[in-house]
Design a protein around this ligand. Sequence first.
Ligand code: SF4
Length: 97
Amino acid sequence: MAFVVQSACVKCKYGDCVEVCPVSCFFEGDDQVYINPDECIDCNACVPACPVEAIVSQEESTPEWINKNAHFAFSEEKRRTNKGEITHGPLWDAEKA
Ligand code: SF4
C-alpha cells in the first residue's frame, strides 16, 4: 500500500516530501510530483512534511489519483527526484499571486 500525491500538489511542488523520503521514490512531472507505488515503503514521512497536505494513503485516495501516480512513475517522461532536487519548485507561487 503506497502513498499517493493528489491535486493539492499541482503547481506547488514545494519539495519537502522529496527531502524526507528515505527511498527517493518521488518523480517530478511538469506541474506536480508523483510517488512510485512499487518503491514507496509506507513510512509516512512525507505526509506531515507536505505543506499543502497533498499526500494521502491509497486507502484515502481515488482510483484516478492512484492510477495517475503509477502511470507517471512508470512512464518514459519521468524524472526521478533526489534529496532537495526539484527542477521547478516551489514555483508557480509568484504566478498565483
Ligand atoms: Fe517516501 Fe515514505 Fe512518503 Fe513512501 S511514505 S513516498 S517511502 S516518504
